[in-house]
Ligand binder design. Structure first.
Ligand code: F6P
Length: 520
């Protein structure tokens, strides 16, 4: 097989020409048909990307050369595609797709156990508050979903989160709550994470006499949870074939089930399942996650963009870009291939904030800022919800108008001649015109959800999960390990111990000086 660097270099050559996005609508009569795709409540419009029919063909050929279909089959069959940790990757099995019969039986049992437990807690009424303790994949997914579900919640249970080791995180989570009617759910795949263990200990202290009964755990390491002091019957299991950042569908979502009910959670899983089946069964050229991934590859490897913005025009999806930062950057932010060869053109920086807030912050840069990318700024994924439930139609109309306007403005820009015409009376026009000109031709995708249902959210998250997998295949990296987070964790443990014992240790001069700031 041709080497990956040469395939990606060929793509960059193919992109080395000027493409005018707006004029593609004239030259490609079927552009909207070709570049708009739908799966259930999700519609994705890729037509404002700076890629034409030829580019798309090149991308599909690249996917074939990278054996994408074979990798997809391996993933769903439960092959150990996480090679560096020798594990299968089967978060789809949590939604009822793929895996062995044994996996499916384990999942069915786990789902029944979670639903029974959640129903019992909801019916009992003893608990008024849930404090979910976890970080990274044990936090970001549940937190994103909690925000989204909150609109439809019956408000009988409050759900709070404690993730950071900063004492403020625990303090804010328990503020004003009564230990007697608070259930703490400690969530950690490894049950070895410093932040989660420390937060768990602090919350257990706060629970006082209720510590034994009001704390449960979710983990893939039952033994450690027992050693931590959680009673065996209060532990919900998941498995090593569920990666942390892909785990919201497992018992990691227990707090969500308790707070919002098992039915809502089941809809969420069903939405993801529909996207799984779409990804598994649709040909590459009609496959939404594949298209999302390939446009990203075009922007990264063809056009040279180093970052990708994701802007949800929805307050309730405000955590989406933070969630994707872990999903995509922890999965594909790597510089070594599966074979250990050096590679540089992998995951871009993923960033963003909710719209319209971002418009009053970094959109200036998106519209007029420079970047290494061929057309400047950064590609944007706009995410919008068509029908909302906030009972403020005027607000919703304004929100959507802003979203649609931004993608149009990024694409069309405003040329210098127009600026000169509009400002003909200014005697500093030569200086002013370039400053008020918008270059345009900046690529974006707009993804709409018919409404922010649990089902649609399941679709959306699974869409990006599969996108991440596809990009990992093309970049030839293992998307399911995260060795890059280890070094800092080890050093933090060492430094904490040295600082507590007032030892200087063996560090560089800058770190030593920093440690001295907090040592006596
Ligand atoms: O940040 C590294 C990481 O291992 C993530 O991959 C994971 O989601 C997070 O820490 C939390 O891990 P755990 O669920 O084991 O506490």
């Amino acid at each position: 097989m041709t080497s990956r660097p040469s395939l990606l270099a060929a793509l960059s050559k193919q992109a080395d020409r000027d493409i005018n996005i707006a004029s593609l609508f004239e030259t490609e009569a079927d552009r909207l048909d070709r570049f708009v795709m739908r799966e259930g409540p999700i519609r994705a419009d890729f037509s404002k990307q700076a890629l034409d029919k030829n580019a798309l063909e090149a991308l599909l050929k690249l996917a074939a050369k990278c054996d994408l279909e074979e990798w997809r089959a391996k993933l769903f069959s439960g092959e150990r595609v996480n090679t560096s940790e020798d594990r299968a990757v089967l978060h789809m099995a949590l939604r009822g797709v793929g895996g062995t019969q044994e996996n499916q039986a384990d999942v069915a049992q786990m789902r029944a156990h979670m639903a029974d437990y959640a129903n019992a807690i909801r019916a009992d009424g003893k608990f008024k508050n849930i404090v979910h303790i976890g970080i990274g994949g044990s936090d970001l997914g549940p937190r994103l979903v909690a925000d989204a579900f909150e609109a439809a919640a019956d408000q009988s249970l409050t759900l709070r989160f404690a993730e950071n080791v900063d004492g403020a995180s625990v303090n804010d989570a328990i503020k004003g709550l009564n230990p007697a009617d608070t259930l703490a759910v400690v969530v950690s795949k490894s049950f070895g994470t410093q932040e989660t263990k420390m937060n768990g200990e602090s919350v257990r202290d706060w629970l006082g006499e209720h510590g034994g009964t009001n704390m449960i755990a979710v983990t893939a390491n039952r033994e450690r949870a027992i050693n931590f002091g959680i009673a065996a019957e209060n532990i919900f299991d998941f498995w090593d074939w569920v990666g942390g950042r892909y785990s919201v569908w497992s018992a990691v979502g227990l707090s969500l089930q308790i707070a919002y009910g098992p039915d809502v959670f089941a809809e969420f899983l069903d939405g993801a399942k529909a996207m799984d089946m779409h990804f598994r069964d649709q040909p590459l050229q009609e496959n939404l996650p594949v298209m999302l991934a390939l446009t990203g590859i075009w922007n990264r490897n063809g056009l040279g963009y180093g970052s990708q913005a994701v802007i949800p025009y929805s307050r309730r999806l405000r955590k989406f870009s933070a969630f994707l930062q872990q999903l995509e950057m922890e999965s594909n932010g790597k510089s070594a291939t599966r074979q250990g060869e050096a590679t540089t053109l992998t995951c871009p920086v993923i960033w963003g904030d909710e719209g319209t807030n971002g418009q009053h912050a970094f959109f200036q840069w998106l519209h007029q800022g420079p970047s290494a990318g061929r057309y400047g700024g950064a590609p944007v994924d706009f995410v919008a919800v068509l029908k909302d439930h906030e009972n403020r139609p005027a607000h919703h109309a304004a929100l959507l108008a802003n979203c649609f306007a931004q993608s149009e403005a990024l694409m069309l820009g405003k040329d210098e001649a127009t600026v000169r015409e509009e400002n003909a009376d200014r005697d500093d026009i030569d200086a002013l015109a370039p400053q008020k000109t918008f270059p345009g031709n900046r690529p974006s995708t707009t993804i709409t959800l018919d409404e922010l249902s649990a089902n649609a959210l399941g679709h959306l998250i699974a869409l990006y999960e599969h996108k991440t997998f596809v990009q990992g295949v093309i970049w030839d990296v293992n998307s399911f390990d995260q060795w890059g987070v280890e070094l800092g964790k080890v050093l933090a443990t060492k430094i904490l111990e040295e600082m507590s014992k007032d030892i200087a240790g063996n560090h560089d001069p800058s770190t030593t000086a920093l440690m001295k700031l907090v040592q006596n």
